[in-house]
Design a protein around this ligand. Sequence first.
Ligand SMILES: Cc1cc2nc3c(=O)[nH]c(=O)nc-3n(C[C@H](O)[C@H](O)[C@H](O)COP(=O)(O)O)c2cc1C
Length: 185
Amino acid sequence: MTVYFPKPGPENTEACIEVALKALKEKDIQHLVVASTYGDTGLKFARALKDEKVNLVVVTHNYGFREPGLIEMKEEIRKELQELGAKVYTGTMVFRGVGSAIRASFHYSEETLIAQTLRIFGQGLKVCVEITLMACDAGLIPPEDVIAVAGTVRGADTVAIIKAMPSNMFFNLKVREILAKPRDW
Ligand SMILES: Cc1cc2nc3c(=O)[nH]c(=O)nc-3n(C[C@H](O)[C@H](O)[C@H](O)COP(=O)(O)O)c2cc1C
């Protein structure tokens, strides 16, 4: 059963935690990947899952997303996440990276086309796919079914079960189940 939220946004984060916890228990999945820009959402998941047997991977923006050399997540938040048992991953964002530079110069990139196509399911689903690719590229999750959680700008509003793949095998990735998403965005 998919949970549909009337609107996107961080007010759906607690409900996404419940959906993800239920899926972890019922579906025998060992890995959860969550997007977190400043760390708030990552911390909420890390606290809720600290007694669960799960590999929690928190994926951030890259350094320089807004300004070269800078990242939104403060170092103390990254440490707190790690102390709670989460792995925090910062790397090249699969649907941005060099594609963003190409788009800025030539007004088009294939990465942007893929991202915009995935966004027809909502911002969160695009991010779920992106962070699953990133975590798999980094070797932090295996190429198996994982739970992916993301949101619209801040917080969480989308939960999906995704068969992870590295980004070079993007078309082999499978969005198996969408457990929660906003109906409108
Ligand atoms: C790698 C990455 C890509 C993201 N891309 C988008 C996006 O395209 N659209 C969007 O609305 N939010 C995007 N987000 C935001 C996340 O889906 C999520 O809402 C946010 O990271 C939660 O951060 P918080 O812990 O600061 O609340 C992205 C976040 C990350 C880490």
